[in-house]
Design a protein around this ligand. Sequence first.
Ligand code: ASP
Length: 314
Amino acid sequence: MKPVIVVHGGAGRIFKEREDGSRSGVIRAALKGYSILKQGGSALDAVEQAVALMEDDPHFNAGCGSVLNQKGEVEMDAIIMDGKNLASGAVSAVKCIANPIKLARLVMEKTEHMLLTDYGAQCFAKAMGVPEIPGEKLITERSRERWMKNLEPDSNPHKFQTDLGTVGAVAIDSEGNVACATSTGGLANKLVGRVGDTACIGSGGYADNHVGATSTTGHGESIMKVVLARLILYHMEQGMSPEEASDTALNCMKTRVGGLGGVIVVSNSGDWAARFSTKQMSWATVKDDQLYYGIYTGERLTKSFEEALTSEGF
Ligand code: ASP
């Protein structure tokens, strides 16, 4: 099987000043994941590492750069899933760790459970030797400014849905195994304790070797209502291509519950899609040693993998 990776850096509106960083962030994550796959690494390792790279990148709403809740704190959600055996691990409302996606993988591999939240997740992280970092380290000036702006009485009523930057990855490895990973700081100025779609299996992501893998982004409460990730795979099981399945599911979310979002998909035969109903979504994919990427609807830029490695300084 020829390996493929697809990553996203969130659906929504990407402000001009964030465009270059967002583009380069998804490209770097796709290159990182593909390098792992090319060396015979697993889809699971590729998606975890690609997402961890974007969590460390302050351009995205995940890890460092996460948006703040109503109290001005970072609370993050993440999920990872292995298509080989449907194993999955997730964390929700976690604070003070750099890489929630790595903790989600530890939940999957070291516990009998699938989702740990808040204080319990924090205790588990400690027991696993995951370093605790000051919450301040995850907060950027941009997210603090945005939090304060949203607190103003006449702030944008659609504040929850603009300028998002959740990150995700899906991959298929040379053995034909698929995996997905998604990580987010959630919605800006959300209520304390709000858990979004990202941590919920079937909503923020799903991976099954019998069909493929998908990672989602967008308005979490809408995504959960239609169980977006699993809905896409359902349409693929009924014979649709990844692209048709994505568009059908996103259209259902728009018409049934008025929600917008974006998705990335890889099928178990290596076909892929990156589709969104929002204005923009940053995405990148590498297949057959060729990188494709874009931000706007219909945009599909391309470069060879080797050329991209050099231009991104790998
Ligand atoms: N889906 C995420 C959430 O609602 C936000 C996003 O994708 O930007 O928590």
